[in-house]
Design a protein around this ligand. Structure first.
Ligand code: FAD
Length: 432
């Protein structure tokens, strides 16, 4: 295929790499600009005292067909492992298993009628196909209608607050719908067994293989190169300037950065389109990782309905992945979803360590500092766009007034939760 044009892609996360793959396959000449020293973005890995694993926890679902297609294309399909996992609930100071229907009916914090209403809510959400209607309704109103006030306050509100903080008040019912849809998809049949997947070697391996594959088909990577501006010349070409004062000329540029960053680098955009992008509200995450010499529970996810722990939930990664991956350690994430200006971002590592570990040790008294082999925090102020009321109507178009500058980012996920599968879906559909 003839070379049709030159394309600059800003951001070498899963979205940027998928766009590059499809463009290069069409015969386009593509360069990816990535401010970090390797590809992967939010899926990147780091070294925890020599244990290399994702900075943020990641699982793959059987229903993640876009992700699985990419894995197949880059030759990693056979490295996928599927594991049956369990879910726990920490409620009123006690830990409960909530991994099947029997356990659901034994769950003490709510009575039988409430359990029926909770089950009905989940079932109803799993059957709804027309998410557009849910987008018009505040999540609180919808959940109270289906589950009742008691279940809302006892179960849903703590879970919503954990994931969204006070922002739950601005969030539409499409959020809970997409969360339940994904939860259902993780289970083989109805509410029975939960199966999650991971690739041996984690996203470290996926990102390396993906980048290598792209290089083999002609995509160029510029690592440790931050894009600072994208400007249109009289000729119609776009000039991309990087933080080392280099300039590059392209026929087309795609930004995969957050909406705010995408308009910040393109100062020639109109005030109206800048406003539309800046109006998108994002949430960030503070995500400590700990390596422990002991397991804390059999659950991959422990949801927390008590309000005192500083973390949103507990993810015990080694309930899913083989402990060979973590040199025999138990890897646990303690995520907390927060507003981009949350004061937690200003706390030192020592302050965060004390705050988070004190609570973890209070929840699991058999644990102490002597079990800790690593502590480290990954933070990101801009992670996912909040699905506010009528979100799909507010999402800006991919095209901009510059004509050949496009913004394709995860804010364009309109009826799903933030995950790699949805992110790839955005890349696959918005390029057409
Ligand atoms: C805590 C957490 C848990 C998650 N769990 C799961 C899960 O279980 N399963 C799942 O499928 N997904 C999960 N995800 C979601 C998944 O990580 C994202 O969907 C995906 O990584 C988003 O990719 P992206 O390319 O859109 O963005 P990013 O990964 O953010 O990529 C953007 C890239 O742009 C680079 N960049 C930024 N500014 C510039 C600049 N000016 N110039 C050049 N480069 C720049 C960044 O370094 C980054 O590499 C999770 C995410 C988080 C945070």
């Amino acid at each position: 295929m003839a070379i049709q044009g030159t394309w600059g892609i800003v951001g070498g996360g899963m979205l940027g790499m998928t766009l590059a793959l499809r463009l290069a396959q069409r015969g386009e000449k593509v360069t990816i600009f990535e401010s970090a020293d390797k590809a992967g973005g939010l899926t990147s890995s780091w070294s925890m005292n020599g244990v290399i694993w994702d900075k943020y926890y990641h699982v793959i679902l059987m229903s993640d067909l876009n992700t699985r297609k990419i894995l197949k294309e880059i030759g990693l399909e056979n490295d996928l492992n599927w594991v049956e996992t369990k879910t726990g609930f920490y409620s009123d100071g006690k830990l409960y298993s909530m991994s099947n229907l029997v356990e659901f009916f034994k769950f003490p914090p709510i009575n039988l009628v409430d359990k029926f209403r909770l089950g009905l809510t989940i079932f109803a959400a799993s059957k709804i196909r027309n998410w557009e209607n849910l987008e018009k309704i505040p999540v609180e109103k919808w959940l109270k209608k289906w589950s009742g006030k008691r279940v809302f306050e006892k179960i849903w509100l703590p879970l919503l607050k954990a994931k969204l903080g006070e922002n739950y008040k601005k969030t539409s019912a499409a959020f809970i719908w997409s969360t339940i849809q994904r939860m259902y998809a993780a289970r083989k049949s109805g509410l029975k067994k939960e199966m999650f997947g991971y690739v041996t070697g984690g996203y470290e391996k996926i990102n390396k293989k993906f980048a290598e594959h792209l290089q083999q088909i002609g995509v160029e990577f510029k690592y440790q190169t931050k894009v600072v501006t994208v400007k249109k010349e009289i000729s119609g070409n776009l000039i991309l300037e990087t933080d080392d004062q280099s300039t590059y000329t392209f026929d087309h540029v795609i930004s995969t950065l957050s909406s705010k960053e995408s308009v910040k680098i393109a100062t020639q955009l109109s005030a109206a389109e800048r406003q539309q992008h800046n109006d998108i509200k994002y949430l960030g995450v503070i995500c400590p990782s700990v390596l422990l010499s002991k397991s804390i529970s059999p659950y991959y996810v422990t949801n927390i309905t008590d309000s005192w722990p500083p973390f949103t939930g507990i993810i015990e990664m080694t309930a899913l992945i083989d402990k060979k991956e973590t040199k025999g350690n138990h890897l646990v994430y303690l995520p907390k979803y927060v507003n981009p200006d949350d004061e937690l971002f200003d706390k030192s590592e020592e302050e965060l360590k004390k705050l988070f570990l004190d609570s973890l040790f209070k929840m699991y008294p058999k644990l102490s500092l002597s079990d800790l082999n690593f502590w480290g925090t990954s933070k990101s102020r801009i992670v996912f766009a909040l699905p506010t009321i009528n979100y799909s109507k507010k999402v800006p178009k991919v095209t901009t007034s510059l004509g050949n500058y496009y913004i394709i980012n995860s804010a364009q996920i309109i009826n799903g939760t933030l995950n790699v599968n949805e992110t790839i879906q955005v890349a696959e559909t918005k390029l057409q």
